[in-house]
Ligand binder design. Structure first.
Ligand code: UP5
Ligand code: MG
Length: 195
């Protein structure tokens, strides 16, 4: 009931490290579908009549990880939809960010080929998110939620990066340069890894 033979690249990094920005650039030059777990959750939250709306709203504001069953279901649906159009290459942005998600996705959907990890100092991420918060309308782009997101990232999501690093799948990229320069490093790595 899930697609066979897909290529998955996980795109990880702290809140505001530039995952979404870099994925948008990648899809212009590579045949990848960009799926952001956070975007899928926000879309579900805004779907009238969704049984998970309130729960997702709460978890996002608190910077907590939504129970994996919900996120994986949304991801699987999105993957199948694109698979049926003939697409096979997926950038999964902001997922997995908790160990149970990593294990469950790799067992029930696909293993990952590569993990891009955007390394970024907290101070930089904070400035970016507060700046974006002026116009983003995101319920978690405020100082209180941002601090909670950082805490969850360090305590819950970094172990996932380390888990993949132990499998030599992680490519670390410093996010602390202008967007186009960060992107150049991503492309270099894709070439090196023959993605
Ligand atoms: N910007 C980007 N790159 C820059 C650069 N090189 N130089 C200068 N500025 C740069 O970028 C953030 C901002 O920085 C933008 O204004 C951009 O222009 C600028 P962006 O590309 O949006 O960064 P990104 O890493 O995508 O930041 P985002 O806020 O999306 O990261 P999060 O990981 O916090 O958000 P996400 O949407 O993935 O998740 C939100 C919440 O959903 C989570 O906190 C959690 O509650 C929930 N969630 C789950 O529960 N489970 C999941 O599996 C996924 C999410
Ligand atoms: Mg994002």
């Amino acid at each position: 009931d899930y697609p066979d033979k897909i290529n998955v690249v996980f795109v990880l990094g702290g809140p505001g490290s530039g995952k979404g920005t870099q994925c948008s650039k990648l899809v212009k030059n590579y045949k990848f579908v960009h799926l952001s777990a956070g975007d899928l959750l926000r879309e579900e939250k805004n779907t009238p009549g969704s049984e998970f709306g309130e729960l997702i709203d709460h978890y996002i504001k608190e910077g907590l990880i939504v129970p994996q069953e919900i996120t994986i279901k949304l991801l699987k649906n999105a993957i199948v939809k694109e698979y049926n159009k003939g697409l096979r290459n997926f950038l999964i942005d902001g997922f997995p960010r908790k160990m149970d998600q990593a294990i469950s996705f790799e067992n029930s959907v696909s293993e990952s080929k590569l993990v891009l990890y955007f390394e970024c100092p907290e101070q930089i991420m904070l400035e970016r998110l507060l700046n974006r918060g002026k116009t983003s309308g995101r319920s978690d782009d405020n100082l209180e939620s941002i601090k909670k997101r950082f805490k969850t990232f360090v305590e819950t999501s970094m172990p996932v990066v380390e888990y993949f690093d132990d499998q030599s799948k992680v490519v670390k990229i410093s996010c602390n340069e202008p967007v186009d320069e960060v992107y150049d490093h991503v492309v270099e790595q894709f070439k090196e890894k023959k993605i």
